[in-house]
Write a protein that binds this ligand. Structure first.
Ligand SMILES: Cc1cc2nc3c(=O)[nH]c(=O)nc-3n(C[C@H](O)[C@H](O)[C@H](O)COP(=O)(O)OP(=O)(O)OC[C@H]3O[C@@H](n4cnc5c(N)ncnc54)[C@H](O)[C@@H]3O)c2cc1C
Ligand code: FES
Length: 322
């Protein structure tokens, strides 16, 4: 899948606010390779025209002081590209339309939020591996938290016609990057009834259970609590379901534990901090157990490191040592 990755220029079609701090960025990219849910892109969060200037080498003849005029010292600049999961992608002939949902947390996403229709964005991708689809009759349970919701939206679009339920969580309703339909029945604060009240999932015929930590919308509590209650109430065990998850590591770890305790297969998309996104810098390593023949375990250990960017981001939940 990654053999065709490359550098592309995306042209912004829309950059729409979804809720406080979250925006949907839609870009058209000529020649962008086919993608699947689970994959991500590295976005250059500064002008492609700044490249030469920002990346010039400093003349530093010791012991003199260097001549500093780098824009990074005048205003903060995101030197490294930033990773974002694909929230959706379609292709029309030579042109792909790709979507990412970004939360404004720092210098790079602060730059993204300023983008207007027609602006250009440097894109490296597509990167990483993909989710495996459920087998016949398996229930797909999608569990997304915060900025882990976007890959679940892409996966939902691939699973039309299958048995799917989405569980999504946010700290509060203002930070839920999803659209509640106008005529939606409001779920109670202790309700785990899946409803067709979230436009992005309902469009694919998928019901959702929404949790907010403060109870400002849907189930009051963590998404892992509503998930646990659901799995127990409907006695979901073993191969009858498969769980897909992405979000904060503490959340995904809990989801993987809930799955393991019930022998439910679980696919986890990790979002380790990444610099290069393509296997060079080793900044995204993660420990996995049971190394296969291609991975040498450390001496005396039964585990090894894997790279979240190229071996992942999707891993089997039971293999991760976090
Ligand atoms: C594979 C992958 C997919 C991702 N998908 C999305 C997505 O769909 N939507 C989205 O909004 N974000 C996503 N992220 C996180 C996103 O890359 C960061 O929020 C972004 O790099 C922040 O850039 P910045 O320059 O705005 O913030 P910075 O100024 O670089 O950092 C701001 C703060 O965020 C923290 N931070 C940065 N990256 C991460 C990370 N990966 N995990 C936890 N904390 C981090 C920093 O430590 C710092 O405290 C993803 C990350 C990965 C690795
Ligand atoms: S981000 Fe550089 S090796 Fe994974």
């Amino acid at each position: 899948m990654n053999q065709r990755r490359g550098q592309f220029t995306g042209v912004v079609c829309a950059n729409i606010p979804l809720c406080r701090e979250h925006f949907k960025l839609v870009m058209e990219v000529r020649g962008f390779p086919p993608t699947k849910a689970g994959q991500f892109v590295q976005l250059l969060c500064r002008s492609t025209r700044d490249l030469d200037y920002v990346e010039r080498e400093l003349e530093w003849p010791s012991p003199q002081r260097p001549e500093v005029e780098n824009v990074d010292l005048i205003a903060p600049t995101a030197l490294l590209r930033r990773p974002f999961s694909l929230a959706g992608a379609t292709t029309d002939g030579e042109t792909a339309t790709i979507e990412v949902i970004h939360r404004v947390v720092g210098v790079g996403t602060d730059w993204l939020v300023q983008l207007r229709t027609g602006d250009e964005v440097g894109i490296l991708g597509p990167l990483g591996n993909t989710f495996s689809h459920p087998v016949e009759n398996q229930i797909a349970i999608l569990v997304g938290g915060g900025v882990g919701i976007p890959p679940m939206l892409y996966l939902a679009s691939e699973l039309v016609g299958k048995k799917v339920i989405a569980f999504c969580g946010a700290t509060t309703r203002d930070l839920l990057s999803l659209t509640v339909t106008a005529d939606a029945r409001t779920p109670g604060i202790d309700s785990i009834e899946p409803l067709y009240n979230i436009q992005e999932f309902a469009a694919h015929g998928i019901p959702a259970v929404i949790s907010t930590d403060d109870g400002s919308y849907g189930f009051r509590g963590f998404v892992t609590q509503s998930l646990q209650e659901y799995l127990d109430r409907f006695r979901i065990r073993g191969e009858m379901a498969v769980i897909y998850t992405c979000g904060p590591e503490v959340m995904m770890k809990r989801v993987a534990d809930l799955a393991r305790a019930r022998q439910i297969p679980c696919q986890v998309a990790v979002e380790r901090a990444m610099a290069c996104g393509m296997g060079t810098c080793q900044s995204c390593c993660i420990r996995v157990k049971k190394p296969d023949a291609s991975a040498v375990p450390l001496p005396g250990q039964d585990w090894c490191y894997r790279l979240a960017c190229t071996d992942g981001p999707v891993f089997a939940g039971e293999e991760l040592l976090w």
